[in-house]
Design a binder for this molecule. Structure first.
Ligand code: BJW
Length: 264
């Protein structure tokens, strides 16, 4: 089990990072967008407490009832269009601007990381703002357009004009896009420090990345409001809302690098 620290002691973790090179990699999950008003999946107020994943987030669910699935995605889109990135997203963008990061591996489909200004990211579970044809693979932005439409029938592909569009996300039982997964593996293997932020760490294969990093002797720091399976292999777990803890951590790392540059 990693150390459990109070927020006040982020200084001590930053001091323990012996060298800060340019290879911080972050694996992020739904918890980072909670303060932006986006619901998480698990936990008391999580989406899977209100809905069954089997009814909404599998290819079988879409084949059985595409209208139900599209209604659920439209409802989530309505919430997302009101949402803005929060200080945790901006903290990751600041680390990137300070040239300290390799990339962000995001399980989130909300795109808030990009709006915050993060440029090096891989959206491993897809993008909710896009739809793709179930047959011809045509890709189309659907967010604002779909909300403007009164019609709540599942949209038909404008390219082949024949088959249904589906949300461009990865559902249970589907494999991850191979280029995305390769990049996530490459980044994880390059990470001197891996930040694991706001994820329950139970959905595979992403949940395996911290274990891979650990075997590769990366330093692992978890940011969560509670213990997760990743806590067991983390060097430090910083328990608290990441919209508070991550900005403090990022600012201190950036200051530390500034200090060491001055002494060079
Ligand atoms: C805060 C905070 C704050 C809150 N500050 N922290 C049996 C049958 C079939 C498949 C499987 C099986 N067993 C295993 C599998 C594989 C399956 C899997 O892992 N299942 C497990 C649940 C058991 N995985 C897959 O199917 C994946 N594909 C795959 O493995 O392909 C190979 C394969 C194919 C076929 C068969 C077997 C293997 C695909 C997974 C796709 C996941 N898709 C979703 C939906 C995306 C689209 C959408 O959004 O609609 O991705 S599910 C959902 O979970 C979403 C998330 O990205 C993902 C992870 O969730 P995340 O981000 O961790 O969120 P939460 O809610 O779980 O956690 C939030 C955390 O934040 C909590 O810890 C809070 O404490 C914390 N928090 N506020 C800091 N302020």
């Amino acid at each position: 089990m990693g150390y459990i620290i109070e927020n006040m002691n982020i200084d001590s973790i930053v001091e323990k990072l012996e060298t800060v090179d340019h290879s911080i990699v972050s694996v992020i999950g739904a918890g980072i967008s909670k303060a932006s008003g986006m619901p998480t999946f698990r936990g008391d107020d999580g989406l899977w407490n209100q809905y069954r994943a089997e009814d909404l987030a599998t290819p079988y669910a879409f084949a059985r009832d595409p209208k139900l699935v599209w209604e659920w995605y439209r409802a989530r889109m309505r919430i997302l269009l009101q949402a803005k990135p929060n200080p945790a997203h901006f903290a990751l963008a600041n680390l990137e601007k300070a040239n300290l990061t390799t990339g962000v591996i995001t399980q989130n489909v909300d795109g808030l990381h990009e709006i915050a200004g993060i440029r090096n990211y891989v959206e491993i579970h897809g993008r909710i703002r896009y739809a793709r044809c179930t047959v011809c693979s045509h890709i189309e932005r659907w967010d604002k357009l779909a909300l403007a439409q009164k019609d709540i029938e599942p949209p038909v592909c404008p390219e082949c004009k024949e088959n249904l569009l589906r949300p461009d996300v990865v559902w249970f039982g589907e494999t991850l896009e191979s280029n995305n997964w390769s990049l996530a593996l490459d980044w994880t293997l390059q990470a001197q420090t891996l930040l694991v932020i706001g994820t329950s760490g139970i959905v595979h294969p992403v949940a395996s990345l911290p274990y891979l990093a650990k075997r590769n002797e990366s330093f692992i720091i978890e940011f969560n409001i509670e213990e997760t399976p990743i806590s067991d292999i983390s060097d430090f777990s910083i328990y608290g809302p990441c919209e508070k803890t991550l900005p403090e951590f990022a600012d201190k790392i950036i200051q530390k690098v500034g200090r060491s540059d001055e002494s060079d």
